[in-house]
Ligand binder design. Structure first.
Ligand code: NAI
Length: 215
């Protein structure tokens, strides 16, 4: 298998999409697929797909294509999805609660242990079996439970302070929804999710389409 450190972020960002489509093919009991068919599904070119997968050793066979189950399994391993990640959410407002409510993350191995909030009216409530705890207890909880991933869903004004607490307590991965660029030490990975950016891209595409329709 190729060295993962040399694989570009652009390739890595395409892998979850391949993984998702392969999962759907598996559900439909499809055993094998060519890069051309995978191209039609994903919208990436067949050569792009072959190049991407070659970064990790290929997996395909000339004249056969890809074994769906095997490729799905291998991509899962590459994405680190074969293990369970202990996850907590800080900020149990609209977004934090929506994330906690979604069972799909749990199914993929991201085990939501607890939510944390500062609002006394929320502390003690449960979403499914996940309790909203006092943010005062955040650091002790992370250390005691060896939490892997922290999700930040607080207002942006406090997000850096929360990130510092997460890192100080030993968390190495932050999924950040607050609209701010967090500063963290080099050994911590941060993935930002900004739905606004996606929405603004949609707005651009709509504007261009309307312009074209008028011509
Ligand atoms: P919200 O106001 O419903 O929830 C925020 C929660 O954080 C509240 O329950 C509040 O009590 C809690 N909180 C405040 N200070 C805290 C602290 N020091 N420690 C622990 N908890 C604290 O807000 P909403 O709509 O859930 O948004 C949360 C964050 O997510 C905001 O920063 C918002 O801008 C961002 N957001 C990001 C999106 C994205 O696409 N990335 C989409 C929607 C919201």
């Amino acid at each position: 298998m190729g060295k993962k450190s040399k694989v570009s972020m652009a390739v890595i960002r395409r892998l979850p999409k391949y993984y998702r489509y392969l999962g759907e093919l598996l559900d439909r009991d499809i055993k094998r697929i060519s890069s051309q068919q995978l191209s039609e599904l994903t919208g990436f070119t067949a050569s792009q797909i072959r190049q991407d997968l070659n970064n990790f050793g290929g997996f395909g066979q000339q004249g056969y294509g890809y074994n769906v189950e095997e490729l799905h399994k291998q991509l899962g391993k590459i994405l680190g999805l074969q293990k369970t990640y202990k996850t907590i959410i800080v900020g149990a407002g609209n977004l934090g609660q929506a994330i906690a409510h979604y069972r799909g993350f749990q199914r993929e191995g991201f085990k939501m242990l607890a939510l944390f909030d500062i609002n006394p009216r929320l502390i003690g409530l449960k979403l499914w079996d996940i309790e909203i705890k006092d943010v005062e207890t955040l650091e002790d909880f992370i250390k005691e439970n060896e939490v892997d991933i922290g999700v930040i869903c607080t207002p942006k004004e406090v997000s850096q302070e929360i990130a510092d607490k997460l890192v100080k307590s030993g968390i190495k991965a932050i999924w950040n929804f607050a609209p701010t660029d967090l500063k963290v030490s080099k050994d911590v990975v941060v993935e930002n999710v900004h739905l606004n950016e996606s929405l603004f891209t949609l707005s651009y595409l709509l504007k261009e389409k309307l312009k074209k329709d008028e011509e």
